[in-house]
Write a protein that binds this ligand. Sequence first.
Ligand code: Z5A
Length: 222
Amino acid sequence: MSGRLVTLEGGEGAGKSTVLAAVRERLEHHGIDVVVTREPGGTPFGEAVRKLVLDPAHGGVCAESELLLMFAARAQLVRELIQPALASGRWVLSDRYTDASYAYQGGGRGQPLERIAELERWAAPVVPGLTLLLDLPVAQGLERVRARALPPLAQFDSTPALDRIESEPDAFFERVRAAYRARAAADPARFRIIDASRPVDDVRAAAVAEVDRYVAAVRVIA
Ligand code: Z5A
Protein backbone atom coordinates (compact mmCIF):
# COMPACT_ATOMS: atom_id res chain seq x y z
CA MET A 1 0.00 0.00 0.00
CA SER A 2 1.22 3.50 -0.72
CA GLY A 3 1.18 6.17 2.01
CA ARG A 4 -1.99 7.98 2.97
CA LEU A 5 -2.76 11.14 4.93
CA VAL A 6 -5.47 10.82 7.60
CA THR A 7 -6.59 13.95 9.45
CA LEU A 8 -8.54 14.68 12.63
CA GLU A 9 -10.55 17.89 12.75
CA GLY A 10 -13.06 19.53 15.05
CA GLY A 11 -13.85 22.58 17.13
CA GLU A 12 -12.64 23.33 20.63
CA GLY A 13 -12.75 20.41 23.05
CA ALA A 14 -14.01 18.00 20.38
CA GLY A 15 -11.65 15.30 21.69
CA LYS A 16 -9.11 15.03 18.86
CA SER A 17 -6.19 14.46 21.22
CA THR A 18 -8.29 11.97 23.18
CA VAL A 19 -9.13 9.95 20.04
CA LEU A 20 -5.74 10.25 18.34
CA ALA A 21 -4.03 7.37 20.19
CA ALA A 22 -6.89 4.98 19.40
CA VAL A 23 -6.75 5.89 15.71
CA ARG A 24 -3.00 5.42 15.64
CA GLU A 25 -3.24 2.05 17.41
CA ARG A 26 -5.91 0.90 14.99
CA LEU A 27 -3.81 1.80 11.96
CA GLU A 28 -0.86 -0.04 13.49
CA HIS A 29 -3.12 -3.02 14.22
CA HIS A 30 -3.69 -3.15 10.43
CA GLY A 31 0.08 -3.35 9.92
CA ILE A 32 0.42 0.27 8.85
CA ASP A 33 3.51 2.29 9.73
CA VAL A 34 2.16 5.61 11.03
CA VAL A 35 3.77 8.98 11.67
CA VAL A 36 1.74 11.22 13.98
CA THR A 37 1.89 14.99 13.76
CA ARG A 38 -0.12 18.09 14.57
CA GLU A 39 -0.92 21.53 13.25
CA PRO A 40 0.11 24.18 13.67
CA GLY A 41 3.44 22.55 14.50
CA GLY A 42 4.96 19.17 13.77
CA THR A 43 8.44 20.48 12.85
CA PRO A 44 10.84 22.60 14.95
CA PHE A 45 9.94 25.62 12.78
CA GLY A 46 6.23 24.81 12.92
CA GLU A 47 6.27 24.46 16.70
CA ALA A 48 7.92 27.88 16.97
CA VAL A 49 5.18 29.32 14.74
CA ARG A 50 2.55 27.59 16.91
CA LYS A 51 3.91 29.27 20.03
CA LEU A 52 3.81 32.63 18.29
CA VAL A 53 0.38 32.32 16.71
CA LEU A 54 -1.39 31.01 19.85
CA ASP A 55 0.32 33.40 22.29
CA PRO A 56 -2.39 35.54 23.96
CA ALA A 57 0.18 38.35 24.15
CA HIS A 58 -0.38 38.94 20.41
CA GLY A 59 -4.02 39.96 20.74
CA GLY A 60 -3.83 42.42 17.85
CA VAL A 61 -2.63 40.00 15.18
CA CYS A 62 -4.64 40.48 11.98
CA ALA A 63 -6.52 37.67 10.24
CA GLU A 64 -4.22 37.82 7.21
CA SER A 65 -1.11 37.32 9.37
CA GLU A 66 -2.79 34.47 11.21
CA LEU A 67 -3.70 32.72 7.96
CA LEU A 68 -0.22 33.14 6.50
CA LEU A 69 1.41 31.84 9.68
CA MET A 70 -0.78 28.72 9.61
CA PHE A 71 0.34 28.09 6.03
CA ALA A 72 3.98 28.91 6.79
CA ALA A 73 4.03 26.16 9.43
CA ARG A 74 2.08 23.85 7.12
CA ALA A 75 4.32 24.34 4.09
CA GLN A 76 7.28 23.29 6.23
CA LEU A 77 5.41 20.29 7.63
CA VAL A 78 4.38 19.11 4.17
CA ARG A 79 7.93 19.25 2.81
CA GLU A 80 9.84 18.14 5.89
CA LEU A 81 7.55 15.38 7.15
CA ILE A 82 4.40 14.59 5.16
CA GLN A 83 5.75 14.21 1.64
CA PRO A 84 8.85 12.18 2.65
CA ALA A 85 6.73 9.90 4.86
CA LEU A 86 4.15 9.26 2.14
CA ALA A 87 6.88 8.72 -0.45
CA SER A 88 8.37 5.97 1.72
CA GLY A 89 4.99 4.24 2.07
CA ARG A 90 4.26 5.42 5.62
CA TRP A 91 0.92 6.87 6.61
CA VAL A 92 0.61 10.26 8.29
CA LEU A 93 -1.99 10.94 10.98
CA SER A 94 -2.35 14.67 11.60
CA ASP A 95 -4.21 16.44 14.38
CA ARG A 96 -5.63 19.18 12.10
CA TYR A 97 -4.61 20.17 8.57
CA THR A 98 -5.91 22.51 5.85
CA ASP A 99 -9.60 22.12 6.79
CA ALA A 100 -8.76 23.96 10.03
CA SER A 101 -7.73 27.02 8.00
CA TYR A 102 -11.02 26.96 6.09
CA ALA A 103 -12.90 26.62 9.38
CA TYR A 104 -10.99 29.06 11.63
CA GLN A 105 -9.54 31.64 9.25
CA GLY A 106 -12.29 31.23 6.63
CA GLY A 107 -15.41 30.66 8.77
CA GLY A 108 -14.18 32.22 12.00
CA ARG A 109 -12.24 35.23 10.65
CA GLY A 110 -14.04 35.71 7.34
CA GLN A 111 -10.99 35.28 5.11
CA PRO A 112 -11.98 34.54 1.48
CA LEU A 113 -12.20 30.80 0.87
CA GLU A 114 -10.73 31.17 -2.63
CA ARG A 115 -7.62 32.79 -1.11
CA ILE A 116 -7.27 29.83 1.27
CA ALA A 117 -7.73 27.40 -1.62
CA GLU A 118 -4.97 29.19 -3.52
CA LEU A 119 -2.60 28.90 -0.55
CA GLU A 120 -3.53 25.24 -0.22
CA ARG A 121 -2.77 24.48 -3.89
CA TRP A 122 0.57 26.23 -3.62
CA ALA A 123 1.84 25.45 -0.12
CA ALA A 124 0.03 22.26 0.93
CA PRO A 125 -0.89 20.21 -2.13
CA VAL A 126 -1.24 16.88 -0.29
CA VAL A 127 -4.93 15.91 0.03
CA PRO A 128 -6.05 13.71 2.95
CA GLY A 129 -7.65 10.38 2.05
CA LEU A 130 -9.76 10.35 5.21
CA THR A 131 -10.80 13.19 7.50
CA LEU A 132 -12.58 12.44 10.76
CA LEU A 133 -14.56 15.49 11.81
CA LEU A 134 -15.39 15.34 15.53
CA ASP A 135 -18.50 17.44 15.77
CA LEU A 136 -20.31 18.65 18.88
CA PRO A 137 -22.30 21.67 20.06
CA VAL A 138 -20.01 24.64 20.67
CA ALA A 139 -21.16 25.17 24.27
CA GLN A 140 -20.28 21.58 25.18
CA GLY A 141 -16.80 21.79 23.62
CA LEU A 142 -16.02 25.11 25.27
CA GLU A 143 -17.17 23.78 28.62
CA ARG A 144 -14.61 20.95 28.30
CA VAL A 145 -11.81 23.29 27.27
CA ARG A 146 -12.55 25.82 30.00
CA ALA A 147 -12.72 23.09 32.66
CA ARG A 148 -9.37 21.73 31.48
CA ALA A 149 -7.81 25.20 31.49
CA LEU A 150 -8.72 26.02 35.08
CA PRO A 151 -5.63 26.47 37.26
CA PRO A 152 -4.91 23.75 39.87
CA LEU A 153 -5.99 26.08 42.68
CA ALA A 154 -9.23 27.06 40.97
CA GLN A 155 -10.87 28.00 44.28
CA PHE A 156 -8.44 30.98 44.42
CA ASP A 157 -8.28 31.87 40.73
CA SER A 158 -11.13 30.84 38.44
CA THR A 159 -9.71 32.45 35.25
CA PRO A 160 -9.00 29.68 32.72
CA ALA A 161 -5.57 29.82 31.00
CA LEU A 162 -6.74 29.96 27.39
CA ASP A 163 -4.63 30.53 24.28
CA ARG A 164 -5.26 33.43 21.87
CA ILE A 165 -7.77 31.59 19.68
CA GLU A 166 -9.50 29.79 22.57
CA SER A 167 -10.23 33.24 24.00
CA GLU A 168 -12.52 34.16 21.07
CA PRO A 169 -16.25 34.67 21.76
CA ASP A 170 -18.73 31.80 21.32
CA ALA A 171 -20.04 33.29 18.03
CA PHE A 172 -16.59 32.76 16.49
CA PHE A 173 -16.73 29.04 17.32
CA GLU A 174 -20.27 28.77 15.93
CA ARG A 175 -18.91 30.04 12.59
CA VAL A 176 -16.00 27.61 12.83
CA ARG A 177 -18.40 24.72 13.39
CA ALA A 178 -20.64 25.79 10.51
CA ALA A 179 -17.62 26.03 8.19
CA TYR A 180 -16.41 22.55 9.16
CA ARG A 181 -19.86 21.08 8.57
CA ALA A 182 -20.12 22.82 5.20
CA ARG A 183 -16.78 21.35 4.11
CA ALA A 184 -17.84 17.90 5.23
CA ALA A 185 -21.12 18.20 3.34
CA ALA A 186 -19.27 19.28 0.19
CA ASP A 187 -16.86 16.31 0.27
CA PRO A 188 -18.63 13.26 1.71
CA ALA A 189 -16.14 10.86 0.09
CA ARG A 190 -13.32 12.16 2.27
CA PHE A 191 -15.10 13.30 5.46
CA ARG A 192 -16.68 11.19 8.16
CA ILE A 193 -18.61 13.15 10.77
CA ILE A 194 -18.41 11.67 14.26
CA ASP A 195 -20.81 12.75 16.98
CA ALA A 196 -18.27 13.87 19.60
CA SER A 197 -20.88 14.80 22.21
CA ARG A 198 -21.03 11.15 23.33
CA PRO A 199 -18.90 9.48 26.04
CA VAL A 200 -15.21 9.05 25.17
CA ASP A 201 -15.44 5.28 24.58
CA ASP A 202 -18.27 5.71 22.06
CA VAL A 203 -16.38 8.44 20.19
CA ARG A 204 -13.24 6.28 20.08
CA ALA A 205 -15.23 3.29 18.85
CA ALA A 206 -16.83 5.35 16.08
CA ALA A 207 -13.43 6.67 14.98
CA VAL A 208 -11.91 3.18 14.96
CA ALA A 209 -14.82 1.83 12.91
CA GLU A 210 -14.24 4.56 10.30
CA VAL A 211 -10.54 3.69 10.20
CA ASP A 212 -11.41 0.02 9.63
CA ARG A 213 -13.71 0.92 6.72
CA TYR A 214 -11.12 3.22 5.16
CA VAL A 215 -8.26 0.73 5.43
CA ALA A 216 -10.46 -1.98 3.91
CA ALA A 217 -11.36 0.33 1.01
CA VAL A 218 -7.72 1.28 0.41
CA ARG A 219 -6.72 -2.41 0.38
CA VAL A 220 -9.34 -3.16 -2.26
CA ILE A 221 -7.95 -0.40 -4.49
CA ALA A 222 -4.33 -1.47 -3.83
N1 Z5A B 1 -5.85 26.55 14.07
C1 Z5A B 1 -6.28 27.49 13.17
O1 Z5A B 1 -6.87 28.49 13.54
N2 Z5A B 1 -6.01 27.30 11.84
C2 Z5A B 1 -5.32 26.24 11.39
O2 Z5A B 1 -5.09 26.12 10.17
C3 Z5A B 1 -4.89 25.26 12.35
C4 Z5A B 1 -5.19 25.45 13.68
C5 Z5A B 1 -4.14 24.06 11.89
C6 Z5A B 1 -4.55 24.92 18.06
O3 Z5A B 1 -5.07 23.71 17.68
C7 Z5A B 1 -5.42 26.05 17.58
O4 Z5A B 1 -5.01 26.43 16.26
C8 Z5A B 1 -6.89 25.69 17.47
C9 Z5A B 1 -7.24 25.89 16.02
C10 Z5A B 1 -6.15 26.76 15.50
N3 Z5A B 1 -7.69 26.60 18.19
N4 Z5A B 1 -7.58 26.98 19.27
N5 Z5A B 1 -7.53 27.42 20.26
P1 Z5A B 1 -5.09 22.46 18.66
O5 Z5A B 1 -5.69 21.36 17.90
O6 Z5A B 1 -3.78 22.21 19.22
O7 Z5A B 1 -5.95 23.00 19.89
P2 Z5A B 1 -7.39 22.72 20.21
O8 Z5A B 1 -8.35 22.52 19.12
O9 Z5A B 1 -7.71 23.84 21.11
O10 Z5A B 1 -7.27 21.29 20.87
P3 Z5A B 1 -7.96 20.86 22.14
O11 Z5A B 1 -8.69 21.87 22.90
O12 Z5A B 1 -6.91 20.16 22.89
O13 Z5A B 1 -9.09 19.98 21.57
P4 Z5A B 1 -9.13 18.45 21.32
O14 Z5A B 1 -7.79 17.86 21.11
O15 Z5A B 1 -10.13 18.27 20.26
O16 Z5A B 1 -9.73 17.89 22.67
P5 Z5A B 1 -9.05 16.97 23.83
O17 Z5A B 1 -7.82 17.61 24.38
O18 Z5A B 1 -8.98 15.58 23.39
O19 Z5A B 1 -10.21 17.11 24.88
C11 Z5A B 1 -10.50 18.34 25.48
C12 Z5A B 1 -11.01 18.05 26.92
O20 Z5A B 1 -12.26 17.38 26.83
C13 Z5A B 1 -10.08 17.13 27.72
O21 Z5A B 1 -10.11 17.54 29.04
C14 Z5A B 1 -10.71 15.76 27.54
O22 Z5A B 1 -10.46 14.91 28.62
C15 Z5A B 1 -12.18 16.11 27.44
N6 Z5A B 1 -12.92 15.21 26.55
C16 Z5A B 1 -12.54 14.76 25.32
N7 Z5A B 1 -13.48 13.96 24.79
C17 Z5A B 1 -14.48 13.90 25.69
C18 Z5A B 1 -15.74 13.22 25.70
N8 Z5A B 1 -16.17 12.48 24.68
N9 Z5A B 1 -16.53 13.39 26.79
C19 Z5A B 1 -16.12 14.16 27.84
N10 Z5A B 1 -14.93 14.82 27.89
C20 Z5A B 1 -14.13 14.69 26.83
